[in-house]
Design a protein around this ligand. Structure first.
Ligand code: GRF
Length: 203
């Protein structure tokens, strides 16, 4: 399978997926990494791995619609089976989301449906939660609201602050994101009107 990864920053999730494609655990290849920010370190990670690293700077576009139209064109030039959002800090237009229906993943640092949006670690602490974590999901038009694929959980301890929680959750992201990509690339995962199916069973 062909994968395109969209990033805005460090790209540690990109790295985790990239490593597994290179090691053969994922039956697929990252065809391109696209960033909307010139300073995203993930672009360097892609270059170091010999993967096409493309910058599409949203500041060069008049509005969200024209940026997303150019983004779709760039993504589609790589003919991907799967598009992976890995710390891509842009809200997507409904047109883009519909275009990649059933083949667009995101990872979010909370146990969705809890804590959509930003500052998830701080919000979990302030709520006094004993458990927190991360979620891989299919992207739909509702922000952080698409059907869930896989979650991983950490316990929140009394000494935790947002930074310590973030660090532990990030480690788990690097485990579950490649796993979800692996399932997709093995044709084990799909999205239908009924929901998400893994190996023919509804999740
Ligand atoms: C992760 O925390 C992810 O959950 C969120 O953005 C961050 C990306 O981190 N959507 P990285 O760039 O993969 O290190």
């Amino acid at each position: 399978k062909r994968i395109v990864v969209l990033i805005s920053g460090s790209g540690s999730n990109l790295q985790a997926i990239l490593d597994q494609t290179l090691e053969g655990q994922i039956n697929g290849k990252i065809a391109a990494v696209i960033s909307n920010r010139p300073d995203a370190y993930g672009l360097t990670r892609a270059e170091q791995a010999g993967v096409d690293a493309r910058l599409l700077d949203h500041k060069q576009f008049a509005d969200r619609e024209s940026f997303d139209a150019a983004l779709v064109e760039l993504i589609d030039s790589y003919q991907p089976d799967l598009v992976v959002l890995a710390g891509f800090m842009r809200i997507l237009t409904p047109e883009l989301v519909r275009h990649y229906h059933g083949r667009l993943f995101n990872i979010h640092p909370s146990l969705l449906p809890k804590y959509k949006g930003l500052n998830t670690h701080q919000r979990a602490i302030e709520a006094g939660d004993d458990a927190h974590g991360c979620t891989v999901h299919f992207v739909t038009e509702e922000l952080d609201g698409g059907p869930l694929i896989v979650q991983a959980q950490v316990s929140v301890t009394p000494d935790d602050d947002a930074a310590s929680l973030q660090q532990r959750v990030h480690q788990l992201e690097h485990q579950i994101y490649p796993l979800a990509v692996q399932w997709f690339c093995e044709d084990r995962l799909s999205l239908s009107d009924a929901g998400v199916e893994l190996d023919g069973e509804l999740l």
